[in-house]
Design a protein around this ligand. Structure first.
Ligand code: AMP
Length: 193
């Protein structure tokens, strides 16, 4: 593992603990010697995670679509900033340049990004780990929903287990290092769940 992609809110959230978690994540990625890949903005938790990695001496790659360059003000201190022409290009480049994917607390954009890479893994398009940093139980309800989807026969146990969950960045990076991708395909019969 050489690089870690962090998806997170373009807002700060209502509790200081989210900013603290974003800072801890950026610092942990850099301290472990990994390159941080993220959305390239200087707003919300996105700006914090980048600042933390940079302050810890890490390399940070940002990928921002032209259409969002003004709304999500581009971070001007990054090791590399790629301004691309569409959201699709942004996500494709982030996926290519990253060896693992983390979702910090965030909104709909964060969900869309982590779900896309997780489902690509589910289809066998890549073998990289995906996980949630569960700061203050932020993702408890979502994780419960995954369990419900599994129990109701819409998600294979092996696929549910692809999603890594930890309360600290260090624990999540440890899970990523130990991760073994499933070898079976997504498509299953009800009797196999
Ligand atoms: P949010 O979690 O909604 O604050 O958004 C976090 C990041 O996700 C921001 O960089 C948004 O530009 C990005 N984003 C928002 N909507 C989408 C989408 N449909 N696909 C991919 N990224 C998105």
């Amino acid at each position: 593992m050489k690089s870690v992609c962090v998806f997170c809110g373009s807002s700060y959230g209502s509790s200081e603990s989210y900013a603290e978690a974003a800072w801890a994540m950026g610092k942990s990625v850099a301290d472990a010697g990994y390159t941080l890949v993220y959305g390239g903005a200087n707003v919300g938790l996105m700006g914090i995670v980048a600042d933390a990695a940079l302050e810890a001496g890490g390399e940070v790659i940002g990928v921002l679509p032209q259409s969002l360059q003004e709304k999500e003000i581009a971070h001007d201190g990054l090791s590399e900033l790629h301004v691309v022409s569409s959201m699709h290009e942004r996500k494709a480049m982030m996926a290519e340049r990253s060896d693992a994917f983390v979702s910090l607390p965030g909104g709909a954009g964060t969900m869309e990004e982590i779900f896309e890479v997780w489902t690509w893994g589910q289809l066998g398009l890549h073998k990289k780990p995906c996980g949630f940093l569960n700061t203050n139980g932020f993702y408890d309800l979502l994780i419960k929903f995954f369990d419900m989807q599994t129990n109701e026969g819409f998600m294979k146990h092996m696929m549910r287990d692809m999603v890594q969950v930890a309360e600290t960045p260090e624990a999540l990076l440890d899970l990523f290092r130990a991760y073994e991708p499933p070898s079976t395909p997504k498509w299953i019969k009800k009797s196999e769940t």
